[in-house]
Each structure stands twice: as C-alpha cells, then as structure tokens.
Ligand binder design. Structure first.
Ligand code: GLP
Length: 234
C-alpha cells in the first residue's frame, strides 16, 4: 500500500486527482466511482480542472434500494449533481435502485462491470470498514448483491436524511470480488471517525469482519488519509 498523509480532505482530493491525471496520461479509460462526503473534494477538483472525460466511462459502486435517479438522496442524483452534470463522461453506470427484479439487476450490473473493466477504482470507507456497501461478514469473492445495511451504516448515513426512518434499509453494491479486479485502487479517508477502520485496514489481519482489510492483498493501492484518520496507526 502506498500511504499518503495529507492535511485535510481538500488536499486529499487534490492528491487523488493527481493519481487520476497520471492515469489519464497513461490512457486509463474506465473509472470506478464512489459516493459519500469523502470523494467530494476529488469531484470538485475534477470539475474545476480542464481534463476532458467525454471519452471516459464510469461505473459506480452502489445505490440505495427504492430510491430513483431524481430522488436527491440517491447515489445517481449525487453523481449527476457533483460530477457528471458539470463534467460529462461518455457513459456512466449506477445500479438501478428501483429495479423491479433486484436479482436480475445484480446480474445486469455484473455484466456492465465485465464489459467495462475498471482501471482506477475510487473508494471511501465506512466507520465499520465497509467498502461500497460491502458490510462486515461479506464474502471477499462476492459480486453485485443486495445488502441489508447494518445499524452502524444507517446511523452514519442518517445525517443526509430528515429522520433515521427515511434511510433505506437495503442497497445494491458492487462486490468485493469485482472491486479487487480493478487495476488500481484509491481509498480516501478523512476524519477521526474513520481512524479505527483505517487502522484495521492497514495494520489488522485480513478478515471479512473488516472488508477494507482485503486491500492488503491488492498490488496497486493508494491510500490517502488525513492526520485524524491516521491517528490510531502505529
Ligand atoms: C456509504 C457508501 C460508501 C462510503 C461510505 C462512507 O455507506 N456506500 O461508498 O465510502 O458511506 O461515507 P462518507 O464518505 O460520507 O464518510
């Protein structure tokens, strides 16, 4: 793991942007993208840049079950408003949280990932060590699946909703098996509430109880963390 320590999320977003820019210079075509507050500084840096993404593809990690693209809490809405509306891509994929048949939607999304192998995957991390919506206990081999969100995740994400009852209980998530097939991974974490997860990811055993610990087995990972997120590291 290449661990880069930064002052704050703003500087972290700039570092991640540099990695993306370097990838673009080498002909990278397909990006795996993430939602959450963590990548916001990366996306605003991309929007402010003069880089052209109009021949690039993006494949997002996850989506809440039951939320449509025009729901302002959906991850499709987040991606459109934070990035795609301002920086057009050739094609963008996000799982369909409103699909009538969720199992069929998982299969369709696996095909999307197979058709568009991810060159650079951007990741945040949950307080419990989840990546995408792969919660603790999820098999490392899994592909796209329906997830029952844990209490920890629902509580962490409720800040974006009016009340906790509004937070969807289920999501569709790209699996860890697919994430690990990406050629390069960039994981960002900012803030003290991520410190335990970051410690487990970097220094702990590789265990399905802390999904991000699998990154220790990937040979091209850039971890970008601020001092607060790094505060529990040895
Ligand atoms: C959500 C997303 C993850 C994200 C995590 C952390 O549960 N599914 O992809 O990494 O939360 O979110 P944040 O960046 O807002 O802390």
């Amino acid at each position: 793991m290449n661990i880069i320590r930064v002052k704050d999320a703003q500087e972290g977003g700039k570092k991640a942007f540099e990695v993306i820019q370097e990838g673009m210079n080498k002909g990278v075509k397909t990006f795996g993208l993430a939602t959450g507050s963590t990548p916001e500084s990366l996306y605003s840096t991309m929007v402010a840049s003069d880089l052209d993404f109009s021949d690039k593809i993006s494949v997002n990690l996850d989506e809440y079950v039951g939320l449509s693209a025009d729901d302002d809490q959906s991850y499709r809405y987040f991606m459109n408003s934070h990035l795609f509306d301002q920086k057009p891509f050739k094609e963008t994929f996000v799982p369909d949280g409103k699909a009538a048949d969720l199992d069929a939607e998982c299969k369709r999304y696996d095909q999307v990932i197979e058709d568009h192998p991810i060159d650079i995957q951007v990741l945040g991390i949950g307080q419990n060590g989840h990546i995408g919506f792969n919660e603790p206990g999820t098999s490392f081999d899994i592909t796209t699946h329906v997830v029952a969100l844990t209490e920890s995740t629902i509580n962490a994400n409720k800040r974006n909703f009016e009340k906790v009852e509004d937070v969807p209980t289920h999501a569709l998530s790209m699996g860890i098996g697919s994430i690990m097939k990406s050629k390069k991974l960039i994981l960002m974490a900012f803030g003290v509430e991520k410190a335990d997860a970051v410690k487990g990811m970097i220094e702990g055993p590789v265990t399905e109880e802390l999904p991000a610990s699998i990154l220790q087995k990937h040979d091209d990972v850039v971890v970008i963390i601020d001092e607060a997120a790094a505060s529990k590291l040895k």
